[in-house]
Structure formats: structure tokens, C-alpha cells
Design a protein around this ligand. Sequence first.
Ligand code: NAI
Length: 331
Amino acid sequence: AKEPVRVLVTGAAGQIGYALVPMIARGVMLGADQPVILHMLDIPPAAEALNGVKMELVDAAFPLLKGVVATTDVVEACTGVNIAVMVGGFPRKEGMERKDVMSKNVSIYKAQASALEKHAAANCKVLVVANPANTNALILKEFAPSIPEKNITCLTRLDHNRALGQISERVNVPVSEVKNVIIWGNHSSTQYPDVNHATVKTPSGEKPVRQLVNDDAWLNAEFITTVQQRGAAIIKARKLSSALSAASSACDHIRDWVLGTPEGTWVSMGVYSDGSYNVPAGLIYSFPVTCQNGEWKIVQGLQIDGLSRKKLDLTAEELSEEKALAYSCLS
Ligand code: NAI
């Protein structure tokens, strides 16, 4: 039998946490043969709710679940974890300045970085979900210098999956037949959902999405804004932000990272830029990646056209500004 893997979920008493922990306990994240021990962290005002989630995990009697740690102590939460999914953060409230929200999250991610660095298992893989996701991940990386930078990522898989979903609906094929969209850049409305390399499996072989959709006006405008604005559309409809799709995509992100991407398929992950595609090094930026043996690699050599270049640069500029704002909160 496999040894259990310890998975930390911060903000576990929140909306995404409530959708995510049962998925992890059912094997959706790490496979149906991988036992897990869940570490759940939240803050004292949410301690009672967190304990309620723990009670439900006990009640659900998940065969793969070998233990639950539910705590408001960040050291206890981080100790020995192999995977850390950082969902906890400070949400933007009405009337708050961007800088105030950034400042709250910078201090949260700075403290949690130190705790992970000191107490997590060696080679712990980190996924930041909480917004501003890319910049929170960057702060975490900066304050956990002994965690290899390749182990620190942020979630843009939800945007990637949303793009697959839009193409699937438009072409009227199951989403499983669509692949190789790309989300470039920030998990924000400046992200660039790129279909130039995406394909659809058809009875007569794999076809480019551009050929099948055959409507550049839609692909270059409405498709992009629909994916960029999808989070806002969900809030409008549900009066709550995306939770089940965020949780499911977080599982996809970790599963593909740990178990590998299928041959010929890439996914989008926010990772530490090495300057690929002339994206400034030192930002956490979403790229197309393939994964093997527990490591991601940026897909190289894709053709970037003029329109795409502008969009890659625009979202990089926003990330550079966020980085500067985050640093100004540190001093
Ligand atoms: P929520 O407000 O329901 O839950 C957040 C939880 O984090 C709360 O229980 C809160 O008490 C907890 N928390 C706050 N500060 C904490 C700290 N210092 N340590 C531990 N826990 C802390 O929010 P929801 O809907 O679950 O979303 C969580 C985050 O995910 C938000 O920042 C949201 O913007 C982001 N998000 C990111 C997506 C992505 O694709 N990257 C998609 C959807 C949401």
C-alpha cells in the first residue's frame, strides 16, 4: 500500500475549500489508489466552521482519507505537507483600495512562506489559488528561498478549462476532444486565452480550432472576453464566485503536475518565468507546460503572431506593476 500524502488546504472553511477537500479525499487530485491526510488551515473567526468541515469529512467515511488536521495554527498546518494548496487570502471588499488588499495578502503570504519553508516536507509542491494569485505566489517564492522556484505555481487552469469549455460549446463536441488552448499571463482580466495552437479531435483526425470554428471575428474578440470575464459572469449568476470549477481545476493542476500530462497535450500553469517567449524573468506568469516525473516544462517554439505578442506583453506589464505594488507594501 502507498504511504499517505499530506495535502494542505488553506482557507479550508471557505467556499472553494468546501468543494475541494472532498475531491482530494476521493482521490480526484492524486489518484484513486493514493491515500491522503488532509491538513486544513483557516483563521480563528472561521475555526468553528472549519471544525464543521472536519466533522463532515469524518461523516463521509472516505476510504482514502487517513487523517485530518484542522487548525488555525500555521505551523501545525504546514508540518510535513507534501502538497500545499493556498486558497486562503484577504478578499477585496467594497471601497477598499487595491493597495490595501495587496498589503493584506503580502503579509499573509510572507508569513505562510516562512512556515512552509521551515516545516513542509522536502520538495513540497505549492499551488496558490487565492487572488492576486500570481503575485501571492511570487511573494511566497521570495520568502521561501529554500523551496525550489519550480515548486511554486499559481492556478490558471480554471481559465484554461473555461477556454476549452467555450470551444467545446461552439464546435459542439465534448470538451474531452478539445486541447492545447493556452492561458498566457495573469489570472486577471488581462490574461490572454490563445487558441492559435488548439485542436479538436474529429472522426477525420485532429483539426485546428481556427479551421473548425472558421470565425476569426469571434475567436479574436468575443471568445477572449468571455473567458476573461467568466469569473464576473459566475458571480453575477450565483451571487458567489466560482467554487466547484475552481476546486476541480486545482485538482487538475496538481494531478497533471504530479502524474504527468498526456502525450501531445499541454496545460496552462502560472510558473516562475525564465524569460521564455520574451516574458520578463522573475514574474509568475501563465505558460503552456507539459509535465513529466513531477516536473513542469514550458512548451517551447510556438509561433506568436502580432496580435498575440501585444496581448502577452500587456498582461506581463500588469504583472510587473503588481510586483512593484507588492514590493512597496513590504517596505
Ligand atoms: P472564501 O472567502 O469563501 O474563503 C476564503 C477562506 O480563507 C475563508 O474561510 C477565510 O477565513 C480564509 N482565510 C483568510 N485569511 C486566511 C489566512 N491568513 N490563512 C488561512 N485562511 C485564511 O473565498 P473562496 O471563494 O473560497 O475563494 C478563495 C480565494 O480564491 C479568493 O482569493 C478568490 O479570489 C480566489 N479564486 C481564485 C481562482 C483562480 O482561478 N486562481 C478562482 C476562484 C477564486
